[in-house]
Design a protein around this ligand. Sequence first.
Ligand code: PAD
Ligand code: ZN
Ligand code: ZN
Length: 374
Amino acid sequence: MATAGKVIRCRAAVAWAPGKPLSIEEVEVAPPKAGEVRIKIVATGICLSDDHVIKGSMPNVEFPVIPGHEGAGIVESTGEGVTAVKPGDKVIPLAIPQCGECSFCRNPESNFCQKFHFCEPQHLLPDKTSRFSCKGKQINHFVWISTFAEYTVVPEYAVAKIDAAAPLDKVCLFGCGFSTGYGAAINAAKVKPGSTCAVFGLGGVGLSVVMGCKAAGASRIIAVDINRDKFAKAKQLGATDCINPRDFQKPIQEVLTEMTGQGVDYSFEVVGHPDTMIASLASCNMNTGVCVMIGVLDSKISIDPMLLVTGRTWKGTTFGGWKPRESIPKLVSSYLEKKFDPDLLITHTLPFAKVNEGFELLRAGKSIRTVLLF
Ligand code: PAD
Ligand code: ZN
Ligand code: ZN
């Protein structure tokens, strides 16, 4: 491409300081160095984790930063030594990488690559420099992929090549929300046919958990949210019961225990709130219940250890347990074969310039997923 090897000037949404709206700026994006890939982002979804970044409640983020981690695009150019992708390939940048070499990557049970940048400051690329600048200032990366930029540079091991037929304005959701929720049910909980599940939080991620529980053959899926506007979509995607904790005088874990006799087999926390974290753990049955944590929270919680001593399993998952470079292309192919329909999660499509409007819709509970188009 004519731009290969050159600095590209393009639009990006910059978070200059915590708690401020994003600012659409013209930024400079340097060419990829050895082992890196520069991607033209075509579409990006808005996830609540991006809102945590903007508010300053996501760990290890340095401002100013370009958020965004649910994107899809086309490779513009590659740095020296890159073999996995070439210019023109359709790709999904990966919020967690898969280097393929570390002990976690070699372990079939884990997806948390040790190059994963939550283990260390994550605002720079692996060589400890940024490819973004604006008005003479360095702008930081977010989880290496910063998809709220028309062009972004990522390490080769944080890119998944996908089918050339994939519609980028839809499959961007495989970059986080759909894969995370669906995989939490399939990979992390390993939901069994005939089981009972409870899903706390019916946003883009929680509704994807509902889809995963249904695909795994759960016979009862109880959807829990304080916003009843989410219930119709939850039912459409497979929820058998929808309940609002605000409709009850007693704690929701007691309601769920009464509804199911002894508690659910699997519960999922997809809100990121201390109360729902404790309620979801307590609502799965003692003895064999499994509670999976997905929601992100920047403070500590305390629990009664007897909840675990009695036999419950409490676990968490990032990116739905998928080993991303090998699994995301397969998930996209299954989508093209119509095995599931995450398009139902997309309630709004907006031009990139309306990114702040997209966040307002999310905060007001009016959207499931907004996709921004460049
Ligand atoms: P979202 O805002 O679309 O959905 C959150 C839902 O929770 C909304 O429907 C709310 O109404 C609902 N809710 C809020 N408070 C309560 C409550 N007290 N009881 C029940 N429901 C409530 O967010 P999202 O789906 O984009 O993300 C959900 C969380 O998952 C969020 O914390 C995000 O940071 C986290 C996440 N984790 C991963 C991961 O890999 N672990 C990936 C992506 C997102
Ligand atoms: Zn690795
Ligand atoms: Zn996300």
